[in-house]
Ligand binder design. Sequence first.
Ligand code: ADP
Length: 437
Amino acid sequence: MNQIWRRGLTTIVTVTMAWLAVWFFFGKIAALLVCAFSLILLGLHQLGNLSKLYEWLAEPDLDALPRGSGAWHSLFYRLHRTERKRAKRLHELNASLDRLRDASEAMPYGVVILNLENRIEWFNSAAQEHFGLNSAQDFGYFIGNLVRLPDFIGFLDAKKTEALVLRSVRGSGLSLSVKQVAIGDRQKLLLSRDITQFERVDRMRRDFVANVSHELKTPLTVLSGFIETFEDLEFDQNQIRQYLGMMREQTSSMLRLVDDLLVLSALESEDNRLREERVGLRTLLESIHQDARVLSAGRHTVTLKLGVEADLRGNERELRSAFGNLVSNAIRYTPTGGKIALSWRLLNGQGFFTVEDTGIGIERQHLPRLTERFYRVDRSRSRETGGTGLGLAIVKHVVSRHDATLEVTSEPGKGSCFSVRFPKTRVLLPEFAGKAV
Ligand code: ADP
């Protein structure tokens, strides 16, 4: 027996006892009057409580639950508890929905929920960016009307499950990989991934392999030609010496290329952190100056001007390779009789290593691309002088590993100036030179 029964029966028993007592003491008429009066009171009590419940159900407010007496009190109490539980569950549900929304916003993938007619029901901000969607007006629209690419519309209709690559979606310049996944039989998920960077790197990798193969092919073809000639014909000692000299040139050119490739790959390797040391600039630059004079073999006037005494915080081997490449370029691209000036100076605490030449110069349009791997202004001149096309790419890497910048100015027919600017943080001054900066 539950509380309602217990309280109800108690009331009925109490009223019946009272009615019987009235009958016993005051007679039948009085008993009937008391009975009618108590029935009216009971009816009014029930109606009053029912009306409170009715009013409350129209706008259920947990803090304004009606108060009842007797069985109604238990009923309202139960209702209150049930309502509290429901509100708690609703709160938890909303919290998990918020978490789900936050997770989908944090995802690097675009997510669009489409209905069976490919109309948009929901999308996250990555999808908004990928497909150029507008959260204020695109809900309910057929996505094919917004992304008007025939491949894409065909893909949606065919319900293909393999990924589709879309390029320059709505003029964004982005490349996307798009997949669709069914959610039950009434909706589907459209997932998009930005593969622009991946495609760029892949293209660079393919170009690089093609370039290396091409660079190696020329000397290898020449070498195999010589070998065939040696097999087929007889030569005297002089000719053999001459041909061997030419063969040595080809093998050195291949070796230079492989050396530069190894240097580049070491510089680009992520595990290869810059090993820093105090690099004595005077010793380094004097040795580079000496090498330059040997390379020029008296064809140019090569000078070195050392400004304020200072050292660099960096890696000597890398700096030697970068500075050496700039100097060797100046020698190779400056005709006999020209001047090459190497200098080191400080300006506002920053250090500048500069190589200036009076050589052939470079036209303005080539300047932004000079540090690309295998980019050459004059292919045949570069090859004739033993260039690999990788020198400035190496310089660029070394410079950036030392937080420095490479500045190039040039005028065709007059000469070029390559300057590496090191930040204050890399310049180390001897105690006594501190005030001269
Ligand atoms: P390379 O081995 O061909 O010299 P680099 O990467 O060192 O390759 O240089 C790229 C190109 O920049 C060269 O092919 C050349 O056309 C141009 N270049 C570099 N330095 C000079 C310079 N001092 N004077 C004129 N052109 C230069």
